[in-house]
Write a protein that binds this ligand. Structure first.
Ligand code: ATP
Ligand code: CA
Ligand code: CA
Length: 434
């Protein structure tokens, strides 16, 4: 079963939702960024603002195609977070709003979340459960400080937290976050690693039908793979992971994964699909096969996007900042338009990090790494799941275990598969000598 990402255009079942999400983001992000920057206050973390959109428009909101309510959470905190992550406000708006085209990912996985990509593939909108939403609100302070103190954090970058609701519809919570994978490079292999072995296997026999499936822990071990870094990079990586995991443990979070995308420089990109092909995944749960299909969608080139952002900035400068103005009050860190993530170790090589050997040679692989799905609280549901799963499998190996143990096991696993080229080779000769 190959799941193919769908363009969300007028007529698509989720078109209205997608349109409302983007309209709300555009309005609220512009609104916040139009103001002079200032220091965050305690109240910014708890802030939430509700807006009603309708066809005619009113003093507060411009007219929209549909009637809906939009809630914006902690806008100032996210404005600062976007700046810390080096996002250019105009770029952000162009990516998320140009022509209202997103691509939606297949049918939702076990969690029921939907994933939408921005047209240029840079951002992901993920719908989240109310429990995840509440958790995000509760941890926002700690998350913010962690990000501030850890420029190399591997935890998902969150850019916004919002809610939409159409009349008589249910409330839909969602986050905007970074897509770890680059638009312009094929990801040849993807792994979602938890350090758990129970149920963490993508059936190898299904791989032929679906060569780009997201693989799991057992597939990784079967292939005897490792992350290859030179000693000092490995140290930075493991130290950072330790700090990230310590935060998640303190916040009683579990069930997260290390997402590993690998681009093989020798294979490069498949000819003539370059730039126009996006590899998509199906968000999947434990038992769900997370297939990976190919979606043929023209993505605007970087150049096109840069041009649009520039135009937007120019018009915004000419207009009074009230309309949709957002560049009038930039933070110093918002001023440079380049991709600042480049300064971050794990995103420094074309959005990823290149495998490196002790002798300074670059490896043939670019890794795209990040901690994803970080909003599951070890609450009552997980405890029940733990109990049931524990009846049929060893309790230390199943995926829902308490956060402290979960984090320790996770770190153990990743530490065990992160090595220098020397170590990897030594291990190989040892094994073949056996
Ligand atoms: P479940 O709770 O059942 O595991 P979920 O709906 O919470 O699923 P995630 O675990 O967050 O979904 O993500 C599912 C898949 O989507 C991942 O395995 C990965 O392939 C892809 N994915 C998620 N977040 C990102 C991201 N930031 N960048 C790139 N790919 C991502
Ligand atoms: Ca997951
Ligand atoms: Ca999840």
């Amino acid at each position: 079963r190959v799941i193919v990402g769908k363009k969300v255009e007028e007529g698509h079942v989720n078109w209205v939702t997608a349109y409302n999400m983007l309209t709300g983001i555009r309005f609220t992000v512009s609104r916040t960024n139009a103001k002079m920057d200032r220091e965050l206050t305690d109240a910014d973390f708890d802030a939430r603002h509700k807006f009603s959109f309708d066809i005619t428009g009113n003093e507060l909101t411009p007219s929209a195609k549909y009637d809906f309510k939009f809630k914006d959470y902690s806008p100032w905190v996210f404005r600062h977070l976007r700046a810390i992550f080096g996002l250019d406000p105009a770029d952000y708006l162009v990516s998320l709003t140009s022509k209202y085209i997103l691509s939606e990912l297949g049918s939702p996985g076990k969690s029921g979340s939907f994933f939408y990509f921005s047209r240029d593939y840079k951002y992901i909108i993920k719908t989240i459960h109310h429990a995840e939403h509440k958790l995000m609100r509760r941890i926002l302070r700690e998350y913010y400080h962690h990000v501030l103190e850890n420029p190399n954090t591997l935890i998902s970058q969150f850019y916004g937290l919002h809610r939409v609701k159409i009349p008589y519809g249910r409330k839909i919570h969602f986050v905007v976050m970074n897509n770890l994978f680059p638009p312009h490079r094929d990801i040849h292999q993807t792994f979602d690693l938890k350090g758990s072995t129970v149920g963490r296997d993508f059936k190898e026999e299904d791989l032929a039908a679906n060569p780009r499936a997201t693989l799991k822990d057992l597939n990784w071990l079967r292939r005897d793979l490792h992350l290859e870094f030179e000693a000092h990079i490995r140290q930075i990586f493991l130290d950072q992971l330790k700090r990230d995991v310590a935060l998640l443990q303190r916040l009683h979070i579990m069930d997260y994964s290390l997402l590993v995308g690998m681009h093989d420089l020798e294979k490069g990109n498949e000819e003539n699909l370059r730039e126009t092909t996006l590899k998509v995944f199906q968000p999947g749960g434990e038992q769900e096969t997370d297939d990976r299909g190919t979606m043929l969608i023209r993505t605007p080139s970087r150049l096109e996007n840069a041009k649009k952002a520039r135009e937007l900035r120019l018009t915004l400068k000419k207009e009074k900042p009230i309309a949709m103005g957002m560049t009038s009050a930039k933070m110093p860190s918002e001023l440079s338009s380049g991709d600042e993530r480049r300064d971050r170790v794990f995103y420094s090589f074309d959005g990823g990090i290149r495998a490196s050997h002790e002798d300074g040679r670059g490896g043939e692989t670019i890794y795209y790494l990040g901690l994803i799905d970080c909003l599951t609280h070890y609450g009552i549901i997980k405890r029940i799941e733990h109990f049931w799963k524990g009846l049929s499998a060893p309790r230390t190996q199943i995926s829902p275990i308490p956060p402290q143990a979960y984090g320790d096991r996770f770190l153990n696993f990743v530490t065990g598969v992160t090595m220098t080229q020397e170590e990897a080779e030594r291990r190989k000769t040892e094994e073949s000598g056996r």
